[in-house]
Unconditional design. Sequence first.
Length: 137
Amino acid sequence: MRRSGRALSQDRRRPAAAVLAADAAFTHVLAERTALVPWVSPYRPGEFYLRELPPLRAVLDDLSELGLLVVDGYGDLDPSGRPGLGAHAHAESGIPVIGVAKSRFRTATHAVTVVRGDARSRRGGPGPAYGRPVPAA
C-alpha cells in the first residue's frame, strides 16, 4: 500500500510532496520520499489537479509496484464523473486511487462524508464512530 501527501515546504512558498510506501499492514516502511518543485499553478476551483500533480509526479517517479495511491483531494468532482485529482493521478499512473478530501467541493454531491470522531468514540463511548461514513448534508 502507498500513502502520499502534499504539504508546503518550511518556507511556505515552494510546493512539496511526500510519499510513504508501506506493506499492506503498515508494519514495514518500503520507501520514503519527499520532493520540492520550483513552481506550480495557483489554486483554481475545479482545477486543483493542476497544482497538485507536479509534486505527486516528482515523488512517484521511479517507484515501482504501487498497489494503491491515497490522495488529498477528490477522485471525481461531480456525479457525472468530471475528473478530480484522483482521476487525473489514475489516468497518468494506472494506479488505483482513493481520494480523501478535507474540504467540501460544491459539485461533489455524490461524495460520502467520513467523520473521524474523537478518542471517546474509538473506545466505544458517545460520538460518531471512527471512520464511519455518514450521509452528506
